[in-house]
Unconditional design. Structure first.
Lengths: 312, 268
């Protein structure tokens, strides 16, 4: 291993996910980055590999009762409930800014029914400037749809197959960890035509105020994210990456470049950064810089050399 | 990219569980307006993980100083209270929507419950330029009555209420409110426990006096992205309500729009 700094070696951080080209493998995760604009004040968005938007549904949604978040040990629970502006307002009001960011725009799609997923995907496919779609079959915080679509291999495959047939955009299936075997779901959506899988969404969790004998969240249960879930996420990404041919996008508690490297060694071609954006809004940029430093220090020309390089 | 690093200039305990923190941040001192807040990262590491929001208590623009007045309520604030002078802190801000102050010079009323006095002192500096200011300050006991001396010396008429009667009126600060509102006020500004804000809002509505309240909420990003700090407000379209973000549209809200339901009362 060459540990001397090689300042002159051109670094290649780019990766491909099907027809989706990313300038680097660091994406901002859905639900933690709004529609991009909120973070433009504190960072240069064009340095990101991409932005995954807040989940978009057919109609606007108000979201869940409050309180919606609570901090837990090295993590947080959220019960936002897919609050969003709806696909029409998204395309009209949010896309112009996203289009101008100079980074890949991946739109997260959610629905109560198969028809809703299909209709949202159909409408987004007509909207210029979108590079890929992430199909959210894993939200733990809604009564209908969400996790229910991602917990059964047949249902997951049906949703992915249905949206696959109405769009040319790359389709990424976002998977839930709240299942017996995430590999079976990953394999099912691969067969249904997904171009990639992203995992993991949040783990169902709960916190209780013992004095008032009430749940801490208005939604009673919520989704656990942050460093607390990283080991679980890493194991699932590793298992999925071994089992499927399509690219795996890893996420779950990534706070720094070292965490990102762990996911990439386990087989993730790209990573998503979520809760870390709340702690330090420039986390994504720090991780890109950290990956660059690692490549330089190790004398590697391409980030692709890291992907799946775990020795077991 | 904005610089978010600040240095602790001074920290002192001024009452049981109450601390005053002075930070060096010329940019925040210059840009901050009354009602806005700063979002502090208490420490590196993952526990506590999230930042903590604090309303801006005062600024000194000449010295580039920002003051935060806070109460130790949990792990994050306990760690903050032990921070030594000279330590660097990562601070986002100023964030959020300010108190609106009218140009007309009528009499205005401040209502503070406990640590809720914090943002009202900053507001007072603006108000005193053209308004006669009366402040109603309440707390459990005299130890919790904060800033009354400095407000008085600044020209504010101060009335105090304590639950145990150890200073001023024995009872709730809102007991003092009706008499003040009947005397007529141009505007009321309030910050404190949600139950207090609910009473203040109801009385202001009954007297048809405009009222702005500053709300607290658990908060993650502070930038308007995560929707975690949502508060339910009235809406003219079905179902008759919507959610606004404490970090963005707030923390200052028109009292008329806020829905004081069980969720709001229990969440704070």
């Amino acid at each position: 291993m060459n540990t001397a700094p090689l300042e002159n070696v051109p670094l290649d951080l780019s990766i491909e996910i099907g027809s989706l080209h990313l300038k680097n493998p660091v994406l901002a995760a859905s639900g933690t980055f709004g529609y991009g604009r909120e973070f433009a004040k504190v960072m240069d968005l064009s340095r990101l590999g991409g932005i995954v938007t807040k989940a978009i549904t057919l109609e606007p949604r108000l979201g869940n009762p409050t309180p919606r978040i609570v901090e837990t040990a090295s993590g947080m629970l959220n019960s936002i409930g897919l609050a969003n502006v709806g696909v029409a307002a998204f395309a009209r009001d949010k896309m112009p800014f996203l289009r101008s960011c100079g980074t890949a725009v991946i739109v997260n799609v959610a629905g109560r029914s198969m028809d809703e997923y299909v209709e949202v995907v159909r409408r987004l496919s007509d909207c210029p400037g979108i590079h890929a779609l992430e199909i959210n079959i894993s939200c733990p915080n809604v009564q209908e749809g969400g996790l229910a679509f991602g917990a059964d291999p047949k249902v997951a495959a049906a949703v992915i197959g249905a949206v696959r047939s109405v769009t040319r955009l790359p389709v990424i299936a976002k998977l839930t960890p709240n299942v017996t075997d995430i590999v079976r779901i990953a394999e099912a959506v691969q067969e249904a035509g997904a171009d990639a899988v992203s995992l993991i969404n949040t783990l169902v969790g709960m916190a209780i105020d013992v004095v008032r004998r009430r749940p801490e969240l208005g939604g009673v249960t919520g989704g656990l994210s942050g460093p607390a879930i990283k080991p679980v996420a890493l194991a699932m990404v590793w298992k999925a990456a071994q089992a499927v041919r399509i690219p795996v996008i890893g996420m779950g508690g990534i706070m720094n470049a070292g965490d990102a490297l762990e996911f990439m060694l386990a087989g993730a071609v790209a990573v998503q950064v979520g809760t870390a954006n709340f702690v330090d809004p420039t986390s994504t940029i720090r991780i890109v810089e950290g990956l660059e430093d690692t490549l330089r220090e190790r004398g590697m020309g391409s980030v692709k050399e890291i992907i799946g390089a775990l020795e077991v | 990219m904005i610089d978010t690093k600040t240095t602790i200039l001074h920290q002192e305990q001024i009452a049981p569980q109450i601390f005053r923190l002075r930070l060096l941040s010329p940019r925040i001192a210059r840009e901050a307006r009354p009602g806005q807040f700063v979002h502090l990262r208490i420490r590196e590491g993952t526990d506590p993980l999230l930042r903590r929001p604090f309303s801006i208590h005062r600024v000194n623009r000449e010295r580039g100083e920002v003051q935060v007045l806070y109460q130790v309520v949990g792990q994050g604030t306990r760690l903050l209270s032990r921070k030594p002078v000279g330590e660097r802190l990562d601070v986002l801000g100023p964030l959020g929507h300010r108190f609106e102050v009218s140009e007309e010079g009528g009499g205005v009323l401040l209502v503070a419950g406990g640590i809720g006095i914090a943002p009202l002192v900053f507001l007072c500096e603006d108000l005193l330029r053209g308004h006669a200011v009366t402040a109603l300050i309440g707390a459990r006991s005299r130890d919790g009555i904060l800033c009354h001396d400095s407000l008085r010396s600044g020209g504010v008429t101060v009335h105090i209420a304590t639950d145990d009667g150890s200073l001023g009126h024995r009872g709730l600060v809102t007991d003092l409110l009706n008499a003040q509102l009947e005397a007529g006020r141009e505007a009321v500004y309030a910050c404190g426990p949600v139950a207090m804000l609910r009473t203040v809002s109801a009385l202001c509505r009954a007297h048809r006096i405009s009222c702005q309240i500053s709300l607290e909420s658990r908060m993650a990003c502070g930038l308007g992205a995560c929707l975690g700090c949502a508060v339910k407000v009235r809406s003219s379209v079905p179902p008759g309500y919507e959610y606004k973000r404490v970090c963005k549209e707030g923390p200052v809200f028109d009292a008329e729009e806020v829905i004081f339901d069980e969720n709001l009362l229990s969440g704070h």
